[in-house]
Design a protein around this ligand. Structure first.
Ligand code: BGC
Length: 743
């Protein structure tokens, strides 16, 4: 018997195994299991054993923790020890719409349906932790990962993330909310050091995480790659200890982003629980750097043994991890799950339907097939499998219905197709690899065909290749790539009867906006995406999505991009403290640092306050019907500390078809001791209305909705004074205003 085996036996308690008693209180089970474990077993819990799992305690029958990306579907199985796909035949899934599409529905019921459905798939695939959802705030349209998040507004993201997390976890699968915090760009994501005010942190970047933790009850959270205040987020004392644990009372597990740990002592002391994906320490290749070499493996064990860090740190981590295991892998009440069911396809379709945003319509939409003999579809995204690429959110859907197939199913052989432009098919192939002659040929072919068509439907946008909507790279420019603007301009000349129906997880420049009669904007919609887009085009679905982020006219109109490089993407100086391996998932840089100069003025807060109108504002989206907002009635004009005002707004469908309207409440603080944005979203409701029908939308205002974060006092405060409640159809379309006072 080896020394470790002897010490293991010596540590085993002879008492009844309370940890196996499913009816015992969870904290008792945790303490019981902990009391039976050796130091080595506790340390083993704290780091990966494969690319996507961490160990349990074999001797005690405590199972491993299996994780999977997230957040738009359960990712295909990855090899034990490298990033290759395992090639299983039983891991294809339903691809749900991207989270930015979910946010565009402004429908928390659909967020619940999303969480339930993806949770069932994760359960069926026997996962314990789903690596999502992501609630990093959309700060700049250049961020390659905005499609994985829920837009620019903390209130909207917070309202959407809670039901997602709650319903997901009913399956005994933990949400791992990511990336905590400020992973708001992919460029230099592994090294960039973010500097920002406490106000921006608390008012803009933290609220959705806080709601996910406190209201959603998230069981796990993922640290971000970047640094803030000179310390990596995965072992950032202030973020993980002061804020997450002490202020919010989080009792779940903090997991690193893959390769996000860089220091044993900080990881030991600053509240990290599980270290994943430490592909390399920057100096050695994967084969030379085993799981035992992880920061939270042998080096940690040594530090505890030598007394450099206290053993209490590993007890704390093991407690959190055991709690997670009892909630998930050892949860005997969890359902069995299911995947690719008709219900999941229907859920994906419904979410997709409600996410499509109609930006402009001079009457051409919905497209009545009987009026046209030839319909030309142009654009690579009409056929491209947009579940491929994008990084860790890449999916292997069992089925994928492209927009072109869906349009063909609706309009039959009237539909012709021209690709129009090309982009490389594999992840890191981009426009550069397509020779200009080939792009010219494709463009000329499409333009020639457009001349002969009755109507053109253009389906382009971004895709999931590098430098588009894709993890680990940011976009290189705000305009559409692959010469699409030139193509669109030439198509308009050839045939002005054109509908732009772009797919993109981000805003982009639209120099042709005034020349086209109709624009639809949607994100990556997964398995059923083609059907959602085609049904909106044909009018089988009345569009009801609204923008979860502003679309600035030009890049410099966005607050984050206004102040130049120091604000985005940052400035490089000095040597990075670790060297990222070329081609690894973490792009390094020479110690870049950045300051969020726009501070709390993110998205519409910037456009409104600086009086720089967006091309299409936050909260904007049209319908095939018209809505009328009646005069709102408030229950009072004054609130005090314990008071509330209720506002009722009648909304009527004045058109001829059923439709849904998203009614928004913004609050404006007329005078405050610290600067505030002109207004902030504090309520919304989506109402479905039959033609002629009126429904009353109700909002409640309490002192909570009036607060800002006073950084000096480190507290949320509502200051007495005058306020306005603004009821609108978007952040720039305010229908009614009510004055009130806080005393
Ligand atoms: C991403 C995470 C992801 C992880 C595992 C990282 O590169 O940033 O979002 O969950 O990989 O695939």
């Amino acid at each position: 018997m080896s020394a470790t085996m002897v010490s293991a036996v010596a540590n085993v308690s002879a008492s009844e195994p309370i940890y196996l008693d499913r009816n015992a209180p969870i904290e008792k089970r945790v303490e019981d299991a902990l009391s039976r474990m050796t130091l080595e077993e506790k340390v083993a819990l704290c780091h990966a054993q494969s690319k996507f799992s961490s160990p349990g305690v074999e001797r005690l029958g405590i199972p491993e923790v299996w994780m999977s990306d997230g957040p738009h579907g359960v990712r295909a199985e990855i090899n034990w020890n490298d990033w290759g796909y395992s090639g299983w035949n039983n891991d294809s899934i339903t691809a749900f719409p991207a989270l930015t599409a979910l946010a565009a529905t402004w429908n928390p019921e659909l967020a619940a349906l999303y969480g339930k459905s993806i949770g069932e798939e994760a359960r069926y695939r026997e996962k314990d932790v789903l690596l999502g959802p992501g609630v990093n705030i959309y700060r700049t349209p250049l961020n390659g990962r905005n499609f994985e998040y829920m837009g620019e507004d903390p209130y909207l993201a917070g309202e959407m993330v809670v039901p997602y997390v709650q319903e997901l976890q009913k399956n005994g699968v933990a949400a791992c909310v990511k990336h905590f915090a400020l992973n708001n760009q992919e460029k230099w994501r592994g090294t960039v050091n973010v500097d920002l005010s406490d106000r921006a942190l608390y008012e803009i970047y933290l609220p959705a995480f806080k709601k996910a933790v406190q209201d959603g009850g998230a069981w796990a959270i993922m640290g971000a790659y970047n640094k803030i205040w000179d310390q990596h987020c995965c072992h950032n004392h202030r973020l993980l200890k002061d804020i997450l644990r002490d202020e919010w009372g989080f009792d779940g597990v903090v997991i690193t982003d893959w390769g996000g740990a860089h220091d044993t002592k900080e990881a030991a002391l600053n509240g990290l629980d599980i270290e994943m994906g430490s592909y390399t320490n920057g100096l050695t290749s994967e084969s030379e750097f085993g799981y035992d070499d992880y920061y939270l493996a042998n080096p940690y064990l040594e530090m505890i043994k030598s007394g450099e860090v206290p053993e209490s740190t590993v007890n704390e981590k093991a407690r959190n991890i055991l709690r997670l295991i009892f909630r998930t892998a050892m949860n005997t009440d969890k359902p069995f799950g299911s995947k690719c069911t008709p219900e999941h396809y229907a859920a994906a379709k419904l979410i997709g339907d409600e996410s499509v945003v109609l930006l402009k319509n001079a009457g051409i939409l919905p497209l009545d097939g009987t009026k046209y003999n030839s319909i030309l579809v142009v654009g690579d995204n009409a056929t491209r499998r947009l579940t491929d690429g994008g990084g860790s959110s890449e999916l292997k859907p069992k089925d994928y219905l492209s927009p072109l197939s869906a349009l063909q199913a609706l309009y039959g052989d009237k539909v012709k197709y021209a690709q129009g432009y090309a982009c490389g098919r594999t992840h890191y192939e981009a426009e550069d690899i397509i020779p200009q002659e080939e792009q010219d040929r494709l463009r000329e072919e499409a333009v020639a065909m457009a001349k002969d068509a009755d109507v053109v439907i253009y389906i382009g946008g971004l895709n999931k290749n590098a430098w588009q909507d894709c993890e680990s790279t940011d976009r290189r420019e705000y305009e559409l790539p692959f010469g699409q603007n030139q193509l669109i301009e030439e198509l308009i000349e050839a045939n002005p009867n054109i509908v732009i129906a772009n797919i993109s997880g981000n805003a982009y420049e639209m120099p042709w906006v005034n020349k086209v009669p109709a624009i639809l904007h949607t994100s990556y919609l997964g398995t059923m995406g083609g059907a959602s887009l085609a049904d909106v085009i044909a009018g089988n679905v009345n569009p009801s999505g609204k923008l979860p982020y502003s679309i600035p006219k030009k890049l410099q109109d966005c607050g984050a991009n206004f102040y130049g490089e120091i604000s985005y993407p940052g400035i490089e100086e000095g040597d990075a403290d670790f060297v990222a391996i070329p081609g690894s998932v973490i792009e390094g840089g020479k110690k870049p640092h950045q300051t969020y100069k726009e501070d709390i003025l993110v998205g519409y807060r910037w456009h409104d306050t600086k009086k720089i109108p967006a091309l299409f504002p936050f909260g904007y989206g049209l319908s095939y019907t018209d809505f009328e907002y009646g005069k709102p009635i408030a229950t009072g004009k004054i609130i005090d500390e314990n008071g509330e005002i209720e506002i009722e707004v009648p909304v009527t469908n004045k058109g001829m078809r059923e439709g849904s309207e998203i009614v928004q409440l913004y609050i404006s603080d007329l005078k405050s001791s610290l600067p505030r944005p002109v207004k902030e979203l504090k309520g919304f409701d989506k109402v479905k209305l039959a033609p002629g029908e009126t429904k009353t939308v109700k909002f409640k205002i309490t002192p909570e909705e009036l607060k800002f974060f006073d950084d000096k006092a480190h507290a949320w405060v509502a200051e007495p004074g005058k306020f306005k409640a603004l009821i609108g159809a978007s952040s720039a379309d305010i229908k009614h205003t009510l004055d009130f006072e806080y005393k």
